[in-house]
Design a protein around this ligand. Structure first.
Ligand SMILES: NC(=O)c1ccc[n+]([C@@H]2O[C@H](COP(=O)([O-])OP(=O)(O)OC[C@H]3O[C@@H](n4cnc5c(N)ncnc54)[C@H](OP(=O)(O)O)[C@@H]3O)[C@@H](O)[C@H]2O)c1
Length: 420
């Protein structure tokens, strides 16, 4: 039976920028919602939960089939927390997921660890294998990985094969790989005689890499719709001016979130009204190393002198003279864009929401009143209260005088893949 010294507490920032608090009893695998399990002593092995954030972990979790009181169980759980911590060191933008891996000896000692540092570099599992003091230590070891080891030859070979060939005996992963080409590593390893378990801390890992998982599952970029609003829900004053509703801390947070996205999307209305630079800057000046691709959607022409034309990466600027958001997202996904940050005005924000294409909403709420007609959203097709678009709040943070509220659609009304 585990003791209090096995309890681990870790605070980390997830892929959507949200702080994840992991304060975990040494219970083993995620519980199937609604189900309970008991160990041989009749003690409940409660599912691991996150603390301190609203709605922290309500993700669907995978069924599990793990032994509940093996001697190495607390070590595997602690290793998964460490693997997630390592995963989140990897770059957020881009086509590859953030993945972490810890290798344990058969008695639960940590042997090596690794994480994926971006496209073209080693995957987490092979990085951990390469970090072993002696390759022979992999024989009989357990690999604890946040994502199912891949099963395909990309720029690197399949990690499932690397683990098999290294002599690893047991693999514990949190979340199944949804990739069309890369999934199936678990089955391949099982077929090769390895012991394979899925589901340890699945809810937390799911939460931390939700944008990548959503994009791959839905085959379109994960869409965050952001707006800044007065306390009375207005996006601009009566004359259309909206710079600035929020304070410096909130604007800095916007730039950090931009830098975590593959693309920033606006409508022509915002370009014509505000002439935004659509770059991600630190303190309004220096550029973040990663610059999301600026995307402008709409049929009206953009003035030649618009700031977006002077973007630091002019070749990255994308222009869609269309209102077909599905086609835009499809094309962006084909171009390896997995996350988009929509910063348009009320028209574009409402169009994404009405189409069921907004996976996350980030609202900066300023303690000011504007009144007047310029509400943050236009028509969402909600004709009656039964059609309201309920959300689950996942984060509330105070930034200076402002609040940032992050929410996502209720599980009862999930966002959509693209229509064929
Ligand atoms: N508070 C905030 O967070 C915030 C953020 C941005 C802007 N603003 C303010 O919002 C105002 C501009 O609002 P806006 O609504 O005009 O800006 P917008 O939403 O950025 O642009 C609207 C334009 O997007 C194009 N568009 C692309 N796809 C569309 C679709 N599926 N459905 C409809 N239109 C689509 C249309 O352009 P075409 O007509 O060219 O086809 C449409 O007129 C300004 O006052 C600005 O200061 C506020």
């Amino acid at each position: 039976m585990a003791t209090s010294k096995d309890v681990t507490s870790v605070r980390m920032r997830g892929s959507t920028g949200r702080i994840l608090d992991l304060e975990t009893p040494p219970a083993l695998f995620e519980r199937i919602p609604g189900a309970t399990s008991e160990d041989e002593d009749g003690m409940s092995t409660a599912g691991v939960s996150t603390t301190g954030e609203v709605g922290a972990s309500d993700a669907a979790v995978a069924p599990v089939s793990a032994p509940v009181d093996s001697a190495t169980a607390p070590a595997e759980q602690a290793a998964m927390i460490r693997a997630l911590e390592l995963a989140l060191r990897g770059p957020r933008p881009g086509v590859n997921p953030q993945v972490g891996c810890v290798l344990l000896s058969p008695t639960g000692e940590r042997l090596a660890e690794g994480w994926h540092r971006g496209a073209g570099t080693r995957h987490a599992e092979t990085a951990a294998l390469a970090a072993l003091a002696d390759p022979s230590l992999a024989r009989g070891a357990t690999a604890v990985v946040t994502l199912e080891p891949c099963n395909h030859h990309g720029r690197t070979g399949p990690c499932s094969v690397a683990l098999i060939e290294a002599g690893v005996a047991r693999v514990v992963y949190a979340v199944a790989d949804p990739g069309e080409e890369s999934h199936g590593g678990g089955e391949r390893m099982r077929d090769a005689g390895l012991e394979v378990e899925q589901g340890l801390l699945a809810g937390q890992v799911e939460d931390a890499i939700r944008p990548w998982l959503t994009a791959v599952r839905l085959k379109r970029p994960f869409v965050t719709v952001k707006w800044a609003s007065s306390l009375d829900g207005r996006a601009a004053a009566a004359d259309g001016t909206s710079q600035w509703i929020t304070g410096a801390a909130a604007r800095a947070d916007v730039h950090r979130r931009r830098a975590d996205a593959d693309a920033i999307v606006v409508g022509t209305g915002t370009v014509l009204a505000d002439d935004p630079a659509l770059s991600a800057r630190v303190d309004g000046a220096a550029l973040f190393e990663h610059q999301p691709a600026p995307v402008v959607i709409g049929r009206r022409p953009i003035p030649e002198g618009a700031l977006v034309h002077r973007h630091p990466h002019p070749d990255a600027v994308r222009r869609f003279e269309s209102h077909d958001l599905g086609a835009v997202l499809h094309e962006l996904y084909q171009d390896e864009i997995r996350t988009v940050f929509v910063e348009g005005g009320p028209t574009l924000a409402s169009a994404f929401l009405a189409a069921g294409l907004a996976d996350e909403i980030v609202v900066y709420l300023a303690p000011t009143l504007l009144g007047g007609p310029r509400a943050v959203l236009t028509d969402l097709g909600v004709a009656t209260i039964d059609d309201q678009r309920r959300l689950t709040v996942t984060e509330v943070t105070r930034l200076g005088d402002d609040l940032v509220i992050v929410a996502r659609p209720d599980a009862a009304a999930p966002t959509k893949p693209l229509e064929d």
